[in-house]
Design a protein around this ligand. Structure first.
Ligand SMILES: Nc1ncnc2c1ncn2[C@@H]1O[C@H](COP(=O)(O)OP(=O)(O)O)[C@@H](O)[C@H]1O
Ligand SMILES: [Mg+2]
Length: 270
């Protein structure tokens, strides 16, 4: 397989997704009327309270769950199933415990029948890219949570996807490790600018990483706002205290506060 020119423009139009409620014929609408265009090479973050359909939206982009109505097109092609043009990173690094760091990254290439003679070298290149060169021969149980997530990211990137879909990938990590991982993710992303879609609970993370922050609301899941983050790149930690950053943070917190207030009202009624 040869390197391909980077594509990765996603166009979501009027998308709705339903689930069947467990043990019944009732249908539950998880996402309704979502329209969003994500330009090739841009970094979009998604925030919103738990249950508002963030994971559902990502799974649909991955082609892992069916659409009830609407469309998702990747470079003009309708998304109907998973494909090598999209890679997904979940919160829990589902690594193969019997394989080493290098072996786990290599596995992603084996699955895609990557050409044999450069497979080891390519896997190693991505292991180094995520800063694990010295740990290539370690097994998952010998790694910290942050290191395991680095392997996960290396595994997603090594197959050269056009779109990187990340569902709270740093959600299980401590605050300090998260910060380091965000810096590294951006450093890697700046190199080849894959289209990146990143779901997070953390407002600062969403602002720090994103070109745009998509704010979702619930009942049913929908897009409430899309906030353009007009901060220069590369992003630095010093920006976290800049007036612009503080203002984005305030705006996003207002949405979350409104969500909480609405939730408390519902609880007061029932
Ligand atoms: N497989 C499923 N079957 C039925 N309902 C589901 C399923 N997955 C998610 N849901 C429901 O859809 C809604 C959105 O879920 P999800 O996308 O996981 O939200 P988020 O990631 O924002 O927390 C929730 O109400 C959840 O209970
Ligand atoms: Mg989720």
């Amino acid at each position: 397989m040869t390197e391909k020119a980077t594509q990765g423009r996603l166009e979501i139009s009027d998308l709705s997704i339903t689930y069947r409620k467990p043990r019944s014929d009732e249908v539950f609408t998880a996402v309704e009327g979502v329209s969003l265009t994500i330009e090739k090479g841009s970094f979009v973050t998604i925030v919103g309270s738990s249950g508002c359909g963030k994971s559902t939206l990502l799974l649909a982009m991955a082609g892992l769950i069916p659409k009830a109505s609407g469309a998702i097109a990747l470079d003009g092609q309708e998304v109907t199933k998973p494909g090598p043009d999209r890679a997904m990173v979940f919160q829990d690094a589902s690594l193969l415990p019997w394989r080493t760091v290098h072996g786990n990254v290599r596995f992603a290439l084996e699955l895609q029948r990557w050409k044999r003679d450069d497979i080891d070298e390519r896997a190693m290149r991505y292991v180094r890219m995520v800063g694990l060169g010295a740990f290539a021969d370690y097994h998952p149980h010998q790694l910290s949570g942050g290191m395991r997530q680095r392997v996960n990211i290396a595994r997603a990137l090594c197959v050269d996807p056009d779109v990187l879909l990340m569902d709270e990938p740093f959600g299980a990590l401590d605050a300090q490790t998260r910060e380091v991982m965000c810096d590294e993710l951006l450093r890697i992303w700046e190199r080849d600018k894959k289209t990146a879609i990143f779901v997070t609970h953390a407002i600062d993370e969403a602002i720090f990483l994103g070109d745009r922050v998509v704010v979702m609301g619930r009942n049913p899941g929908h897009i409430r706002d899309v906030i353009e983050i007009d901060l220069p790149r590369p992003r630095t930690n010093a920006m976290l205290d800049s007036p612009a950053f503080v203002d984005y943070r305030r705006r996003l917190r207002e949405y979350i506060a409104a969500d909480l207030a609405a939730l408390q009202m519902v609880e007061a009624i029932v």
